[in-house]
Design a protein around this ligand. Sequence first.
Ligand SMILES: [Zn+2]
Length: 139
Amino acid sequence: MTKEIIFSVTKKDFDLTWYSGTGGGGQHRNKHQNCCRIKHRATGVTKTGSSQRTRPQNQKEAFLSLTNDPKFKSWLKLETAKASMDKEAVDRQIEKEVNNSMKEENLKIEAIPRYECDECEYTSITEFKKCPKCGSKEK
Ligand SMILES: [Zn+2]
């Protein structure tokens, strides 16, 4: 069986910002805004990497921290399940949606009149050739 990528998280899913760290760590870090703040747009999970000296290292640190976040993890799990088209998972999701739509507050079905009389404005959900109220014939 060949493995295929069913779901991937790309750079576009994140906002990266760089800032200068405070405290210990040397001038180099403070001058060059080497600290990384990473925000995952879909979940809003934000992590930082600031213990390293270089940008790539801090970015890696921030990213690793983000991937260990429970909220991010569950988001990833859900998205992966969706993308994998797991039939059972999809069915469960559909069932959930159906059950939800069957809730009384969501059941608002309006009867569309199939007969409207031009003369007396009688309407009915039943079709008529002739208006049962005023006897006017359908054009
Ligand atoms: Zn009529």
